[in-house]
Design a protein around this ligand. Structure first.
Ligand code: DGL
Length: 276
């Protein structure tokens, strides 16, 4: 009997669904498991140690569900936990499994979006303080100047279902004003948090028309296509029945399903998984 070997997509909460939507659209044939650690979200203001501990725990949970490959569809986890998982944890736990992040694939292409070669990066406190985007974009586009702004209140607004309410406007405008004040020549704003596309309409409403907003879903999905082409040994392990399963660490699965369906643009029915 062929065991289910899905691709795992992980996020601290709902945000990864914006990436999962692009991935499953481009690669509908694979089986997928989505896990949102909603009971412990947001991760953005947490310590390096805690983000690593939570992320690794969730990744192991997804390995237990049969995933040979897990995408951390979360910039905060990619910035703070990915390296330790790749270089240390996987070696002892199971060297045949793979865990990929979202920062490198984004950094590889983001410089191509800007005419002025000035890019603003919006992310959680954890992502911005890690300096990962400065480092990674610098490797691929040394001529691009990167400005950064942490937006610590955006994920809590989104996780609490306030993203389309008038109260969100104040905080959307506040962080946009702060990044635009750093340079008048920024022409590209990267939403370097997978939650933020949910605020895209409000973000666009407060930006001058010459500034484009880039979200990561399609970039990460295309990068996964390329990865699977380069790694046939992994591609062949993955089962292809088009099944999608959703898991959340909150016991209020009805609430998760309601919000997740909006983010994913399709009905979602989740199963609760208990964490520590
Ligand atoms: N969606 C996550 C990211 O891309 C983050 C959020 C959080 O839990 O703070 O950074």
């Amino acid at each position: 009997m062929l065991l289910n070997q899905p691709i795992g997509v992980f996020d601290s909460g709902y945000g990864g669904l914006t990436v999962f939507k692009s991935i499953s659209k481009l690669l509908p044939q694979y089986d997928y498991v989505y896990l949102g650690d909603n009971s412990r979200a947001p991760y953005g203001n947490r310590s390096f140690k805690t983000i690593h501990e939570y992320t690794w725990e969730c990744v192991q949970q997804m390995f237990g569900l049969g995933c040979p490959l897990v995408i951390l569809a979360c910039n905060t986890a990619s910035a703070k936990a990915l390296r330790t998982i790749q270089q240390k944890d996987l070696k002892t736990a199971d060297p045949t499994k793979r865990v990929l992040g979202v920062i490198r694939p984004t950094a590889e292409v983001i410089g191509n979006y800007s005419q002025t070669k000035q890019i603003g990066v919006l992310g959680t406190k954890g992502t911005i303080q890690s300096g990962s985007y400065l480092l990674e974009i610098g490797k691929f586009f040394p001529d691009v100047k990167v400005y950064q702004q942490a937006c610590p209140l955006w994920v809590p607004l989104i996780e609490n279902g306030e993203y389309d309410k008038p109260g969100a406007d104040y905080f959307v405008k506040q962080y946009l004003d702060q990044i635009l004040a750093q340079s008048p020549d920024i022409d590209t704003l990267l939403l370097a948090c997978t939650h933020y596309p949910v605020l895209q309409q409000k973000i666009k409403a407060y930006l001058p028309q010459n500034i484009q907003v880039v979200s990561q879903g399609d970039i990460v999905a295309q990068s996964l296509v390329n990865y699977l082409q380069r790694h046939p040994e992994m591609e062949q392990r993955l089962t292809k029945n088009g099944n999608q399963q959703f898991f959340t660490t909150t016991d209020d699965t009805a609430d998760f399903d309601h919000h997740a369906s909006i983010f994913y643009s399709e009905p979602v029915k989740s199963t609760y998984v208990q964490m520590k």
